[in-house]
Design a protein around this ligand. Structure first.
Ligand code: HEM
Ligand SMILES: *[C@@H]1O[C@H](CO)[C@@H](O)[C@H](O)[C@H]1NC(C)=O
Length: 471
């Protein structure tokens, strides 16, 4: 009897040891990058999500770079993963999209963003949707959008200046959401009974959370928020079917036209997932960038001064001060664009870009096995001291001659290659025009908050409260 029990226990123990050994030493014909797979199942997930208050590369990545070198293996939320901080490999991953690598996001992301989200689409359907989106946010549309963006910025700034203090992250998110929602679905928050943005707020709170879907968890709230927002978007689409927009067509009208065409690849489900991703991608990222930019201006008066000078000079050249901002004036904001680049470099809003290896890939003596996930780490590239001198110093002037130093290869705030962010120009328009309206008419002081935390995504745990007043 005892010997049977002993045999079973011994067998179990051996199996577990073997399993753990296999877990920590995955099979690969050639040489895997060094690294640790952490605990069984959990991997190194907890370390990855650990909050850090520094602007430097997240400790999870930084410690492993020191120990293992620029490319290492790990395991996150049950997936074997290669993390790379090597600028050459990062660039290569972006360039080889669709050939050696394919856009891939963890299952929790697919649950959250829908099976048909742009990130998981490939091939024909992807190209087709991208075309639709580019149409909406491409240079021609942006030129026409300029007055609208200016008008929205002016309206919101005026409201803010009438208050004792405003929390900028929330207020700028609301400003950008209104603008994007108007372009996409003609959503007017003042005329709508339900608040579409509120559902997105619940959604975002749980986005970077541990994926346990039971009532009470942030993740559960996140999925509920998505469900409610999707229901509203669907309702709006159905209403539009009954009463089409005749005067100013929005994205929904194009979607409906397309849905009625014969042989179309578009379905209602795809269109709704796309709408959701666009609304989310546009206001969360851009409002973080704006908030970060203002925090920098609060802390660096000499940068603010240069910005004010540039925008005052634009107004000085005008015949009539009440005129709308022109495309030519917008394009002339040289320092502002340097400032925006530097903001994107240091804000590091996107901590990781995910791909999947389609084949075994050899790179600098290591092999990335087919099927493994790969995470490109833009912050590590942006904080590389051999490209950006004193990388943690906010210095817009460094962009003067960046192009010669290979800026395109060492700047990936908006991704790269085929999947380069379609909203880049839209973001730049919104930031530049907002800054223009702010510094030419108002001044602002910090009231409270302004701390940043990376988990590993950028967050403002106590907001950024400022007082905006007339200049
Ligand atoms: C500061 C603002 C923004 C940042 C930092 C940012 C960052 C990024 C990054 C890094 C990617 C590449 C993801 C990948 O390769 O897997 C991306 C893709 C994308 N972004 Fe943005 N983005 C911003 C603003 C916007 C805006 C305003 C929109 C919407 C109009 C938008 C829509 C998209 C879409 C649809 C994609 C997917 C493109 C594709 O897969 O081809 N983004 N963004
Ligand atoms: C900002 O960065 C992009 C990407 O590297 C570069 O093409 C552009 O010239 C930069 N802008 C300025 C003003 O330096």
């Amino acid at each position: 009897m005892w010997s049977v029990a002993f045999t079973i226990t011994a067998f179990l123990a051996m199996s577990i040891v073997r399993w753990i050994y296999k877990w920590r030493n995955p099979v690969c014909n050639r040489e895997l990058p060094p690294g640790s797979m952490g605990l069984p199942l959990l991997g190194e997930t907890l370390q990855f999500f650990a909050p850090s208050s520094s602007s430097d590369i997240h400790p999870f990545v930084k410690e492993r770079m020191k120990r293992y070198g620029p490319t290492f293996r790990t395991s996150l939320v049950g997936r074997s993963l290669i993390v790379t901080t090597d600028p050459d490999l990062s660039h290569y991953v972006f360039q080889q999209e669709g050939e050696l690598f394919q856009s891939w996001y963890p299952d929790t992301f697919t649950q959250i963003f829908g099976k048909q989200n742009v990130g998981s689409l490939h091939g024909f359907l992807y190209k087709y949707l991208k075309g639709m989106v580019l149409n909406l946010f491409g240079p021609e549309s942006l030129k026409k959008m300029l007055p609208e963006v200016e008008c929205a910025a002016k309206r919101h700034l005026k409201l803010w200046s009438e208050q004792d203090s405003v929390e900028l992250k929330d207020r700028s998110a609301s400003m950008i959401f209104d603008l994007t929602a108007k372009k996409l679905i003609s959503h007017d928050p003042e005329k709508s009974s339900e608040n579409l943005r509120e559902n997105f707020v619940d959604f975002i709170k749980g986005l970077i959370s541990f994926p346990v879907n039971i009532p009470g968890t942030a993740y559960h709230k996140c999925l509920q928020g998505r469900k409610k927002a999707m229901k509203m978007l669907k309702q709006m689409l159905e209403e539009r079917q009954v009463t089409p927009n005749k005067l100013q067509k929005d994205f929904y009208d194009y979607v409906l036209e397309e849905l009625q065409r014969k042989n179309t690849v578009l379905t209602e489900a795809i269109a709704l997932d796309l709408m959701f991703v666009l609304l989310f991608a546009s206001f969360e990222t851009t409002s973080l960038a704006i908030t970060y930019a203002i925090k920098i201006l609060v802390d660096h008066p000499h940068i603010l001064k240069e910005l004010v000078d540039e925008h005052d000079a634009i107004l000085c050249k005008r015949q009539n001060l009440d005129e709308e901002l022109t495309w030519k004036e917008y394009k002339s904001m040289k320092f502002t664009f340097q400032f925006i680049n530097e903001t994107a470099r240091l804000a590091n809003i996107v901590p990781g870009v995910f791909r999947k290896a389609l084949k075994d890939i050899k790179f600098k003596g290591h092999t990335i096995p087919a099927g493994w996930a790969v995470m490109v780490c833009p912050p590590a590239v942006h904080l590389n001291p051999s490209v950006y001198k004193d990388p943690l110093v906010f210095n817009p002037w460094r962009w003067e001659d960046m192009e010669q130093k290979g800026a395109s290869k060492n700047f990936m705030a908006f991704g790269g290659g085929m999947r380069f962010c379609v909203g880049t120009d839209f973001t730049k328009v919104q930031m530049a025009i907002f800054l223009h309206c702010l510094v030419t008419k108002y001044r602002f002081i910090l009231v409270k908050g302004g701390d940043t935390v990376r988990t590993p995504g950028l967050q403002f745990p106590n907001g950024l409260h400022i007082k905006v007043s007339d200049r």
